[in-house]
Structure formats: C-alpha cells, structure tokens
Design a binder for this molecule. Structure first.
Ligand code: ADP
Ligand code: F6P
Length: 324
C-alpha cells in the first residue's frame, strides 16, 4: 500500500559537485509546494548519524542556486557502511518523522540509500558528481561546470606552454573514469589524451608523438591525463629526459569541484531535484533519477548499480584523429 508522505529529508553525500545547491533548492521548494515538510540533513550520512538535522523553509534556499559546493555540507561516513550504522540511520529518520529521503551524490551514496530503503525509509538518489561515472544516466550534476572550469584552465596552461615551447601534462579529475579527460582533451585540442578505460598509457608512443609534433613545427604539446592514470609529475620528468623538450605537469585538483554552476548544471539539478520529490510522492522508493535519451527517468537502485557504461568508441577515435 502507498505510504502517505508527510516529511522529506534531503542530504548531499560523497564528493561535492557544482549544482548540488540547485538540487537542494528544488527538493525543498517542490516538497513544500506539494504540501510536505522538509528536513535538511547536514554532512551526508555522518550528519544523519549525529542527528544534525534542520527544518528547511523556501527562504532557506534563497540565493544558493548560483553557488558551488553544498549548503548542507557533505562527508564520507564509514559507520554508515555497517548494518548497525544503517539501522541507526533508519531509526533517526523515523524519530525525526522523515518518511522520504532524497540523497544527492554518487554510486556509493546510492548504496547507502538502498540500505535505508530496505529498512523502510522511502529513498531516491539524484546523481551529483563531477565524474559522470554513473551508468544509468547520461548526465550527472557538476560535470558540465567541472569540464568548463578545466577547459579554461587548460587554455591558460596552453598559452604559457606555447610561449616557452614546452610540453604540458594536465591532470584532470574523474576517479577511475576518463570522461572529464576525454571532453577536455577534445575541447582543448590536446595532442594526447590518456584515459583509464582505454589502458592507452604507452609512454614510448607519447614520447614519439612529442618529438614528431616538434618536427612538424608545433610549439606546444598538450597531454590531458586522467586522474585514473595519474603519475603526471614523474611522467613529465621522463618525457623531458627522453625528448630534451621542457615538460611540466599541472594537476588541476579541487578547483574542478568548485565554482558557480553552469546554466546546464543548474537546470538539470533543478529538474532532477523536483523529479525526485515527485516520484517519492508517487510511492516509489529505492530509485535513482537519471537523464537518458532526452528524458528524465528513474531506475531501481540495484539495477542502476549493476549497469555499465564506458567511453564511446567513435568519440574516442575522433579524439585521436583530431590530435594530429
Ligand atoms: P559517492 O557517493 O560520490 O560515490 P562514496 O563512494 O564515498 O561517494 O560514498 C559516499 C558515502 O556513501 C560513504 O561515505 C558511505 O557513508 C556511503 N556508502 C558508500 N558505500 C556504501 C555501502 N555499500 N553501504 C552503505 N553506505 C555506503
Ligand atoms: O568524485 C569526485 C572526485 O573529485 C573524484 O574525481 C576524485 O577522485 C575524488 O572525488 C577525490 O575525493 P576526495 O574529495 O575524497 O579527495
């Protein structure tokens, strides 16, 4: 039988991503507009276990849609991975009258959400991660801002690389996924793009490429390296030693996770946040929101976690073609 929801909780979990605030705002305002109460849970599952829970009104989410980070804070919580932690989390939800929960985060956060669903708390996940590594969705909140931030940074590195006739390795985030590297590699016109999914790290081939490009008269050589491959600093030293061409490594790091979200991130986050509330109101639980084939959709959490996605072969081939 459908449970009549009265109060929805919202939390952000895992790595923060630009656009999470827009999603929180959408959850709060949609829920209140539909006649529900909303509780904000601070610092992810950590805040849940520590009962850092606040009432939220529409005005509490004013002036946040344009801000990076998450006003609720986020954290990683080991205790919540244990059955005892999950049981405690479900009891705290019940104590605070939270009968529906929106979890904004990545795959790990959904695993936690699935556990709460099994314990009777209706739960829906919203994909918030700069990595784009969630298989059930073509889009994750934060990816667009991150790639634009990284793209602008790489343009700047390229200016100085050209002036000094250097080779530059720029390492971008993405954990084990190469989506940020692929998008920036193409958008920044990189000479080499290294992706963990393609196991394409062949240092001798890169060295040959750097030497060939210099012979062709290119004054720069940009290598976009994914975090999943890493080792940019030592790679730079070896490339310099082998080619005689000055080589520098730049690891972009956390700047990719911050900053004002792009229009696209604000838009998707707003729709996904509202959609999460609306499917909770339909009585759904253990679901993840996604965007696929031009539509907002939702999947069972286990089904979503078992899906696979990878780098598109054609896009990868084009990236290589364009780098000559
Ligand atoms: P993301 O959500 O970005 O993938 P993590 O993998 O770090 O980030 O997961 C965020 C949090 O979700 C973890 O710190 C933990 O509290 C919770 N979590 C992750 N995996 C599980 C699991 N198997 N069971 C319960 N909770 C989990
Ligand atoms: O998932 C987002 C991300 O920034 C990854 O790209 C990176 O591997 C990881 O988080 C870093 O996590 P932390 O904030 O724990 O250093």
């Amino acid at each position: 039988m459908e449970k009549q929801l009265k109060t929805i909780g919202v939390l952000t979990s895992g790595g923060d991503a630009p656009g999470m605030n827009a999603a929180i705002r959408a959850v709060v305002r949609t829920a209140i507009a539909r006649g529900l109460k909303v509780k904000g849970i601070k610092k992810g599952y950590n805040g849940l276990l520590n009962e850092e829970i606040i009432d939220m009104q529409p005005k509490d989410v004013s002036d946040i849609i344009q801000r990076g980070g998450t006003i609720l804070g986020t954290a990683r919580c080991l205790e919540f991975k244990t059955p005892e932690g999950q049981q405690k989390g479900a009891e705290i939800c019940r104590k605070h009258g939270i009968d529906g929960l929106v979890v904004i985060g990545g795959d790990g956060s959904y695993r936690g959400a699935g556990k709460l669903s099994a314990l009777g708390i209706n739960t829906v996940g919203v994909p918030g991660t700069i990595d784009l590594d969630i298989a059930c969705t073509d889009y994750t909140i934060g990816f667009d801002t991150a790639i634009n931030t990284a793209m602008e940074a790489i343009d700047k590195v390229r200016d100085t690389s050209t002036s000094h006739e250097r080779c530059s390795i720029i390492e971008v985030m993405g954990r084990n996924a190469g989506y940020i590297a692929l998008w920036c590699g193409i958008a920044n016109g990189a000479e080499d793009i290294l992706l963990p999914e393609k196991y394409d790290y062949n240092e001798q081939a890169i060295i040959n490429n750097v030497i060939d490009n210099r012979k062709k008269g290119k004054t720069h050589h940009i290598i976009v390296n994914a975090e999943g491959i890493g080792h940019s600093t030592s790679m730079a030293r070896r490339i310099e030693a082998a080619t005689g061409i000055e080589t520098r490594a730049t690891i972009l790091g956390y700047m990719q996770r911050g900053g004002n979200p792009t229009c696209k991130d604000r838009y998707y986050a707003s729709i996904m946040g509202a959609y999460a509330v609306d499917i909770l109101l339909q009585g759904k639980t253990n679901r993840v929101v996604g965007y696929r084939g031009g539509e907002f959709v939702d999947f069972d959490i286990e089904e979503a976690l078992n899906m696979q996605k990878g780098i598109d072969e054609y896009q990868y081939e084009v990236a290589k073609l364009l780098s000559i």
